[in-house]
Design a protein around this ligand. Structure first.
Ligand code: OAD
Length: 246
């Protein structure tokens, strides 16, 4: 579906823009999504790999899966969808990018401020002293990773059953409540609390544009649905001509 005039005019007139992205925006960079036919959760069980209980039971298996994902993501490059959002940040009067992705591809595309609701696969956190650090080493395969204090480290991501990083969540809610346009790109919008940002935007008076290859549970409440790939629709929507008034 081509980008509609309605979508262009919403973007042109927006004074404050928020964006919520999910795994679909990185699909064209070769990173598998979680749901859908080829999704990670078809192949793997989240309760064995992405919960604090799974890590306590079998840290070796959990680390093996994260080492595999880190290698996969390290080979990926940002695509035209990530790049279009980085460009939008530069020209929009007020802009907040909120992502559920842990891959860091928005930052690699040049986005400066990214609210990572589910953490980052490139951060590690000590299970004892709680300290966090960035680690881009992808040479490990099966090893457990340890903190300098000697305790076991874990991936710095949010697992099922865990709270979102409080400061990040508050900033996201604030941006959603004060935006006049929300772009929702490449998320199945089924994982809460992130998915709840979409109805929060609507009830706070913002217009919502959804970009996805298929409808989501949020499609019924959005103002404009653009059906297709984020890597094609976003650059098309965020053209210089659409940004003339920003
Ligand atoms: P999902 O895998 O649930 O959904 C990906 C969405 O992207 C689907 O709605 C697809 O239709 C859509 N999609 C796929 N390719 C696309 C493309 N090229 N362009 C546009 N849309 C496309 O991923 P998320 O919604 O991000 O959490 O999942 C949310 C959370 O569930 C993740 O952060 C992760 C997962 O379990 C945790 O691990 C805590």
């Amino acid at each position: 579906m081509p980008v509609t005039e309605e979508a262009r005019s919403l973007l042109k007139s927006a004074k404050s823009i928020a964006v919520l992205t999910g795994a679909g925006i990185s699909a064209e960079s070769g990173i598998p999504t979680f749901r859908g036919a080829a999704g990670l959760w078809k192949q793997f069980r989240p309760e064995e790999l992405a919960t604090p209980e799974a890590f306590a039971r079998d840290p070796q298996t959990v680390w093996e899966w994260y080492h595999w994902r880190r290698k996969l993501i390290a080979q990926a490059k940002p695509n035209a969808g990530h790049q279009a959002l980085a460009r939008l940040e530069q020209v929009a009067p007020s802009f907040t990018l909120i992502t559920q992705n842990v891959d860091g591809l928005h930052q690699a595309a040049g986005s400066k401020e990214v609210l990572e609701l589910h953490g980052s696969i490139w951060k590690l956190r000590c299970t004892q002293c709680g300290c966090e650090w960035v680690d881009r080493n992808t040479s490990e395969s099966g090893q457990l990773v340890y903190c300098q204090c000697g305790a076991l480290a874990r991936p710095g991501v949010v697992w099922f059953g865990e709270s979102l990083p409080p400061g990040v969540w508050q900033s996201a809610e604030q941006a959603i409540k004060s935006c006049d346009l929300l772009l929702v790109a490449g998320t199945s919008a089924v994982v809460y609390p992130a998915a709840g940002l979409v109805p929060l935007a609507s009830s706070s008076g913002a217009k919502v544009i959804e970009i996805n290859i298929e409808p989501s549970p949020m499609s019924g409440i959005v103002n404009v649905q653009l059906t297709g790939r984020a890597g094609e629709i976003l650059p098309n929507l965020i053209q210089e001509s659409s940004l003339a008034n920003l």
